[in-house]
Write a protein that binds this ligand. Structure first.
Ligand SMILES: Cc1cc2nc3c(=O)[nH]c(=O)nc-3n(C[C@H](O)[C@H](O)[C@H](O)COP(=O)(O)O)c2cc1C
Length: 462
């Protein structure tokens, strides 16, 4: 039986109760229609599109036609917040050769895409008031495709990737902080409302937070592991006044998993575990939010005004970040019922939000709930467990989810994400002229099924 087999809300409710989970669901979406204050700005509703890379930029880091199409579709879909995807601040920090790059050379193209995105919003709704668009600034660290670097040697993670990667030097980090500040200035001047200093999914800034064994100024104690991001925030605030400061933050990294029998199991690790952020050192399978809560407090003092909460690594424990029905090609069958993952997301986000009740936070992990995603979102917003509800895969599949939810009071089951991980598979496909296939929703968007067929052939997938 598939994990997701619910036609009616009550069937889902009954299964949640039978499994002993706490995932409230509410059919009244009014809480999602309320505006949300984000610093000086006001978002028209409480729905967001998460950053979703299409791996469809041009070789020079400018957006491609599919990038522009995706952003237009998100704008037309009605979510108040469009969280622009991973955009490298230096060429060597790109995760793939088609990832967006922000530089003096690419900024005009980013600006024109943003203008086109806002124009699409106005054409659909008559206004772009209350539509807030940001850009995620990143360095991919050990997952960079051309010149990977690690923040620390981490044997369980080096075994997945990065064993041969150089340890990034303190002096390089100092230069990189300036690159983030330069990027923020360019993003502000291009018209973005906010920049996200990305600290998630085990990319470089996330890995620094976990670098207990790194020596020097940027590793070891909490103060040293968080020094780099605090320096970046201070530089961005000083050099790019006017742009709102956001961060997409891992609440919890977890440990690498590997296929095991019909599912998956954690790879071997020693305790105290020295390679995970938000993970209890004595038992890294258990989240410990003390440090993430503290970091958010410290970044608020430096101007942080918006947080997007997430967790896990798409490369070594994908079930943690994106509860799925079927695994991606490089993944494994879920080691837990996806409802366990959904509940973990919602519970941890609730703890973070309640620790900082007046700071707008966006929650993740809703897409597996398909047409009932907004039922969970509405209940969480009403209960103060989150300020804004975001969809990632759910938005790729169904860009109009917000307008349908808010205007019709229901989502269409036939348009919802079905969690079969083809989008992740396309991200992993590299054997074409550009060294990277574009990605999107294979079951729901006619553009991508032919691409998956071709990728199956070139990658040799059965
Ligand atoms: C194809 C694809 C691209 C993604 N791109 C990004 C990205 O650029 N930045 C980021 O922070 N997360 C990215 N993610 C993760 C999603 O934003 C989101 O955290 C994840 O899919 C779980 O949310 P969901 O259950 O709503 O899909 C990506 C995920 C997928 C499947």
């Amino acid at each position: 039986m598939p994990y997701f087999h619910y036609r009616e809300l009550d069937e889902l409710r009954a299964d949640i109760a039978a499994r002993g989970h706490v995932i409230p669901l509410d059919g009244d979406f009014a809480p999602l229609a309320a505006p949300a204050r984000i610093g000086e700005r006001v978002a028209a509703n409480r729905l967001a599109v998460h950053p979703m890379e299409g791996c469809d930029g041009n070789a020079d880091g400018t957006p491609g036609e599919l990038t522009r199409r995706r952003w237009r579709r998100f704008a037309e879909g009605g979510a108040a917040l469009l969280w622009g995807e991973a955009t490298a601040v230096v060429p060597e920090g790109r995760a793939n050769p088609r990832q967006l790059l922000i530089s003096r050379g690419t900024a005009p193209a980013l600006r024109s895409m943003l203008e086109e995105t806002r124009a699409a919003r106005r054409a659909r709704f008559g206004t772009d008031a209350g539509f807030i668009v940001g850009l995620q600034l990143t360095h991919s660290g050990r997952w960079s495709h051309a010149a990977p670097v690690v923040a620390q040697r981490a044997p369980p993670i080096d075994a997945v990737r990065g064993a041969g990667a150089a340890l990034i030097a303190d002096a390089e980090l100092e230069r990189l902080a300036d690159a983030f500040a330069d990027a923020a200035v360019l993003a502000r001047d291009a018209g973005f409302d906010f920049v996200d200093i990305k600290q998630c999914h085990t990319y470089l800034l996330n890995e620094l937070l976990a670098s207990h064994t790194r020596e020097g100024a940027y590793g070891g104690t909490f103060a040293q592991r968080t020094r780099f991001v605090r320096e970046v925030f201070a530089k961005v605030a000083a050099r790019a006044p006017g742009i709102a400061l956001a961060t997409r933050l891992n609440m919890y990294d977890g440990v690498p998993f590997r296929p095991d029998g019909d599912g998956a199991a954690p790879t071997a690790f020693d305790t105290p575990y020295r390679y995970g952020w938000g993970a209890a050192p004595g038992d890294p399978l258990t989240p410990d939010l003390a440090e993430p809560v503290r970091l958010v407090g410290e970044l608020r003092a430096l101007g942080l005004g918006l947080v997007n909460l997430t967790m896990g690594s798409p490369y070594f424990n994908p079930h943690v970040g994106r509860p799925f029905e079927r695994p991606p090609v490089d993944g494994y069958a879920p080691p837990e019922h996806p409802l366990v993952g959904v509940e973990r997301h919602l519970a941890l986000a609730g703890t973070m939000q309640r620790a900082h009740p007046d700071l707008p936070m966006i929650g993740t992990g809703y897409s597996w709930l398909r047409q009932f995603a907004l039922h969970a979102g509405a209940a969480n917003v009403a209960a103060g467990g989150i300020s804004i509800v975001g969809l990632g895969r759910g938005a790729l599949a169904y860009p109009d989810f917000a307008v349908d939810g808010l205007e019709r009071g229901a989502l269409d089951a036939n348009r919802a994400c079905i969690g079969v991980s083809y989008c992740t598979a396309l991200m992993r496909a590299k054997h074409n002229d550009l060294g990277q296939y574009p990605t999107g929703c294979v079951p729901r968007d006619r553009v991508y099924a032919p691409l998956l067929r071709e990728a199956r052939r070139t990658e040799g997938w059965r």
